[in-house]
Design a protein around this ligand. Structure first.
Ligand code: UT7
Length: 323
């Protein structure tokens, strides 16, 4: 029997050119570069002045198509993970499909900062069942539009950007030596949704609202849940941190990343950290970090990689893949 794996055949990303440093932010809110660096690791964030979520996603997708040596006509399906869609309807995925002339099916998913991990799981299932042969998965966020720029508890944490993977169904033998997605593990604890939410929405207030977060509690849940999910997915395959070549987590806070890495017994040399440059770009953070690590020649084809993410919902999950 043929075994199908979802192989990553193309990577792309896009960051808006405007960069705001911690010092610049400290001129408008009561904060400091020292506080932000110490508590989060963040040094700067990219902010979109005019580009929408779809426009940033299009640029990331075009870069991924170039990387994969593919044309948009080679793509069967497009999934966009975002919390900041351009329009209430249709989906951002259909706006991007229209611009790139992609003819396959297209839809958005909403899983906040876990969006890319949820998206990889959905794409993997669609490829394995034969619903598509090549899927373009994009995480794109214009979080600057849902930030209260007067709230120091949240405005220092987030940034804008987009990242994309092209995943292709590929015949494999069904072992951990295969290239592609090897396993995924998704979780949610809806009882805790109140810890991180927007103050409005289209069917309630008629506005998008702004992000409100109980940072200390989200931090506590993130440390516990991300450690547990990372250990669980490794355990399912009798792996330990030693077997992992690279850990590419969602980039929310350097202290959360360090804590998970420590629990897995990973040295900092195996951890990809981009939060200092990009801040938290929600569903875009993992593909942005992944592509940067490949460009810097850290991550190479054949490496065993662990991804994890946690976000509003609360939602969280992990993915094990061989690049
Ligand atoms: O992507 C997934 C979702 N998000 C996350 O994973 C984020 C999770 N949470 C965090 O990263 C951290 O909790 C924060 C970075 C948000 C906050 O760090 P913390 O070490 O948990 O600080 P804290 O909430 O315990 O606040 C400490 C103090 C407070 O002052 P008081 O009440 O002790 O007087 C805050 O008012 O720091 C104050 N504070 C600030 N001070 C300067 C909060 N934000 C700022 C700020 N600048 N930007």
């Amino acid at each position: 029997m043929t075994f199908i794996r979802s192989k990553v055949v193309g990577l792309g990303s896009y960051l808006p050119s405007k960069v705001i440093s911690n010092n610049e932010l400290s001129r408008t809110v009561d904060t400091s570069d020292e506080w932000i660096r110490e508590r989060t690791g963040i040094v700067q964030r990219h902010i979109s002045e005019t580009e929408t979520t779809a426009e940033m996603g299009i640029k990331a997708a075009q870069n991924a198509l170039i990387d994969a040596h593919l044309l948009s006509s080679d793509i069967d399906a497009l999934i966009v993970a975002t919390s900041t869609p351009d329009l209430t309807l249709p989906s951002t995925a259909t706006l991007i499909a229209s611009a790139l002339k992609i003819k396959g099916f297209a839809f958005d998913i909403s899983a906040a900062c876990s969006g890319f991990v949820y998206g990889l799981t959905i794409a993997d299932a669609l490829l394995k069942t034969g619903s598509a042969r090549r899927i373009l998965l994009i995480g794109s966020e214009r979080l600057s539009k849902i930030i209260d720029w007067t709230d120091r508890n949240t405005c220092v944490l987030f940034g804008d950007g987009a990242g994309a993977f092209i995943l292709e169904a590929s015949e494999a033998i069904g072992s951990l030596a295969d290239e592609g997605i090897l396993d995924t593990l998704l979780c949610a604890d809806a009882q805790e949704y109140h810890l991180l939410h927007t103050s409005g929405g289209i069917a309630s207030t008629g506005t998008s609202g702004v992000i409100q977060m109980n940072g200390r509690e989200v931090f506590r849940h993130a440390v516990m849940k991300l450690e547990d999910v990372a250990l669980e997915i490794l355990k399912r395959h009798s792996l330990t941190g030693d077997d992992i070549d690279w850990f590419i987590p969602h980039q929310a806070n350097a202290r959360i990343i360090d804590s998970t890495a420590k629990r897995l017994g990973l040295s900092s040399g195996k951890v990809i950290m981009t939060v200092h440059q990009h801040a938290n770009t929600s569903a875009a953070s993992i593909p942005l970090a992944f592509e940067q690590a490949v460009k810097e020649k850290k991550v190479k084809k054949g490496d065993l990689i662990l991804l994890d993410a946690m976000g509003a919902g609360l939602t969280w999950g992990a993915v094990l893949l061989r690049y």
